[in-house]
Design a protein around this ligand. Structure first.
Ligand SMILES: [Zn+2]
Length: 179
């Protein structure tokens, strides 16, 4: 079966940056619903569209087509007293960007902690990076009607409805829909 809209694709992958530093070795293959449901990066869908099991290639995706450029204005320093304890570098909080009035909350990652101040970075952990994906198609099947209605994959390696996604950095190119 060829990869087309409304197929469920299982892909083995290795994610590196443009300098070939490993970001995620993909021991667990990625399983996504193909067809513009934003389950994975559009450039990955573009690469795999029409391909079959066994197809393998390495592609590089520039920041513009991945998670955008790094924006220094999204870094802010907050008094530590405004954040919950215990606090650790790498923790993530939902918050409003400075000066935002459109009401769109963002995820901020704690990148530094001082005695009474905390640095919060609103950039995506993979922002500003060119991403190199080694891809190999392991399986292609037709999606179920329920999966198409939900716009994501169900089942063993798919979306778990009660999953609490803490999210590793390398995990971020897969969407994690919440019901
Ligand atoms: Zn669902």
């Amino acid at each position: 079966m060829k990869i087309a809209k409304n197929t469920v694709v299982t892909v083995q992958y290795k994610l590196s940056d443009a300098q070939n530093n490993l970001i995620e070795d993909g021991r667990e293959p990625m399983v996504y619903l193909h067809g513009g449901y934003e389950n994975t990066l559009p450039k990955i869908e573009e690469e795999l569209d029409g391909k079959d099991v066994g197809y393998a290639n390495t592609i590089q995706i520039e920041p513009d087509d991945a998670f955008g450029d790094y924006d220094p204005e999204l870094v802010k320093v907050e008094p530590r007293s405004r954040l919950p304890e215990p606090l650790e570098v790498g923790m993530q909080f939902e918050g409003m960007p400075d000066g935002a009035d459109d009401g769109e909350a963002m995820i901020f990652t704690v990148t530094d902690i001082a005695e009474d101040k905390v640095v919060l970075d609103g950039n995506h952990p993979l922002a500003g990076m060119a991403l190199r994906f080694e891809l190999k198609v392991l399986d292609v099947r037709a999606a179920t009607e329920e999966e198409i209605a939900h716009e994501h994959v169900h089942g063993a390696h798919g979306h778990h409805h009660d999953e609490d996604d803490e999210g590793e950095a390398g995990d971020e190119f897969r969407s994690h829909p919440v019901h």
